[in-house]
Ligand binder design. Structure first.
Ligand SMILES: Nc1ncnc2c1ncn2[C@@H]1O[C@H](COP(=O)(O)OP(=O)(O)OP(=O)(O)O)[C@@H](O)[C@H]1O
Ligand SMILES: [Mg+2]
Length: 467
């Protein structure tokens, strides 16, 4: 049977937990979702284990409200604040000439062995940039190919051991055991980029509350990742300080009046009343032109830092299809236009994650990019070969294995009947659409896709998925 996954995105503004599993036809089925306001996390790092643990627990409890499924494994996003990326390579001989999963695992392990990893860091990802068999480069998938030598060039993501231990400890207090870590930027790119963008190259920038993660993809592989400890909360702080107004008012001004497209002439006579910090009975008038100048300065600074970092690392030349921006701050009007100027006319897109279509919860929100990426990373059967944070090979599901799984499903009608019945019962329980509790909580109900396909049609669905 397919495993039930708990995915947790630990953001500085929100913690999102999703319980999901693959349907019998390998589509992601969302069983429960919960989101809780973050605390005890600053700039991507846990600053208070007890507090952070409580917030994670609340988010997970909300997700569990709609499902009784036992969690089989947990995947958690980690911030680029304490990661380092590096390149390595490895090669192995193929004694009997046929490349199997064994040889692919061996060559990736060899590349990891050859990597110079700082002692206080541990491996999170080993991602192949390209495979080479004998003299032929450009091997997309070496499985079942013939040759005498297999080589691989990899991108290795490592993370500070103490930071990972802090996350494990926080989750342990919440009663959760972490099985896998995934870099936030990597998960985001998986959910945001389409196959063309992954192949020809793109940079994904995830601007959240206190962090900005950016990763570059090329040739369907992660080739670079970077991080800046600045996010949309910094705009709020700037507004709060410069306008002498409380942070809550500053956040409201940012989200309601933030617009980088308006010209100075349009804004010069527009005013907004803001409460004064420490003297909230009185308010003062602020010109929207001044508000825009403050927001513009901070956003330009973040984008310029990323551009300079990319230029310095030489990655700038490989941006291919351009820049894709996501995360909470990408809602800011005019961000695309300002980014186009900063990135010297490169195509810039603001994107939502791929929607997981068989649930009725909408994942088409910039804030959901990381959590959707965690689900795709863990449940999508067509993932590329790579090593995960346990140094285990992520396998492409083999055609034979998938046929067997479907055949088993067809023969074990009892199991599938039970599963379908459980899904129906859950659906009945879930009449609420979005229940908003106190300002901290958002409970999203779940739905399971109606299982129309039975027996041979399930088998047919899986077969057609391959072509
Ligand atoms: N219209 C808007 N303009 C600017 N910022 C916005 C807008 N709407 C939301 N935001 C900001 O988006 C941020 C939340 O985004 P997101 O959920 O991606 O953050 P997070 O993942 O929790 O944080 P991080 O990734 O930094 O750990 C908040 O700082 C919020 O103020
Ligand atoms: Mg985030």
């Amino acid at each position: 049977m397919n495993k039930t996954l708990l995915a947790i995105d630990i953001g500085s503004a929100n913690i999102t937990a999703v319980i999901a599993r693959n349907n019998l036809d390998y589509k992601i089925n969302i069983l429960g979702t919960g989101s809780y306001k973050s605390d005890g996390i600053n700039k991507g790092v846990i600053s208070n284990i007890e507090v952070a643990s409580k917030c994670v627990k609340e988010a997970v409890l909300l997700a569990k409200r709609n499902t009784t499924e036992q969690i089989d494994s947990t995947v958690v996003s980690i911030s680029g604040a304490y990661t380092k990326g590096l390149r390595s390579s490895g090669s192995v001989n193929i004694p009997n000439g046929l490349i199997t999963e064994n040889e692919i695992n061996q060559v990736l392990q060899m590349a990891l062995y050859n990597a110079t990893i700082i002692p206080e860091y541990e491996v999170v990802h080993v991602i192949p940039i390209f495979f080479k068999i004998d003299d032929s480069a450009d091997v997309e998938n070496p499985l079942n190919m013939n040759g005498s030598r297999l080589e691989v060039s990899v991108y290795v993501v490592t993370a500070k051991k103490t930071s990972l231990t802090n996350i494990k400890s926080a989750l342990k207090i919440a009663g959760i055991t972490v099985n896998n870590f995934v870099l936030d930027g990597y998960a985001t790119a998986i959910s945001i980029l389409d196959e063309q963008q992954k192949k020809f190259g793109a940079t994904v920038i995830n601007i959240g509350a206190t962090t900005t993660e950016y990763v570059c993809y090329k040739g369907s592989s992660l080739i670079y990742d970077g991080f800046i400890p600045v996010g949309s909360n910094h705009i709020t702080n700037d507004l709060s300080v410069m306008l002498h107004t409380p942070p809550i008012a500053a956040e409201k001004i940012k989200t309601e009046y933030g617009d980088l497209l308006k010209t100075n002439e349009e804004l010069v006579n527009k005013k907004v009343r803001t409460p004064r910090i420490g003297d909230e009975k009185n308010s003062s008038e602020v010109s929207l032109e001044h508000v825009q100048t403050i927001i513009h300065a901070r956003v330009e600074e973040v984008l310029t830092l990323i551009r300079n970092n990319l230029k310095k690392s030489g990655i700038h030349e490989n941006l291919g299809t351009g820049i894709v921006i996501t995360g909470g701050m990408s809602k800011l009007i005019g961000l695309k236009e300002l980014a186009t100027l900063v990135f010297d006319g490169l195509p810039v897109k603001i994107s939502n994650p791929i929607n997981i279509k068989n649930g009725y919860i909408s994942f088409e929100d910039e804030k959901m990019a990381t959590i959707v990426g965690l689900l795709l990373y863990s449940l999508e059967p067509n993932r590329n070969f790579e090593l995960d944070s346990n140094k285990n090979l992520i396998k492409k599901r083999k055609i034979q294995e998938r046929i067997e799984k479907v055949e088993n499903t067809i023969s074990s009608q009892d199991d599938s009947e039970k599963f379908v019945q459980q899904q129906r019962e859950q659906k009945l329980k879930q009449e609420e659409h979005i229940i908003k509790g106190d300002h901290n909580t958002t409970i999203l109900p779940t739905i399971s896709k109606d299982k129309k396909g039975r027996g041979m049609s399930k088998f047919w669905n899986v077969i057609t998925e391959w072509f």
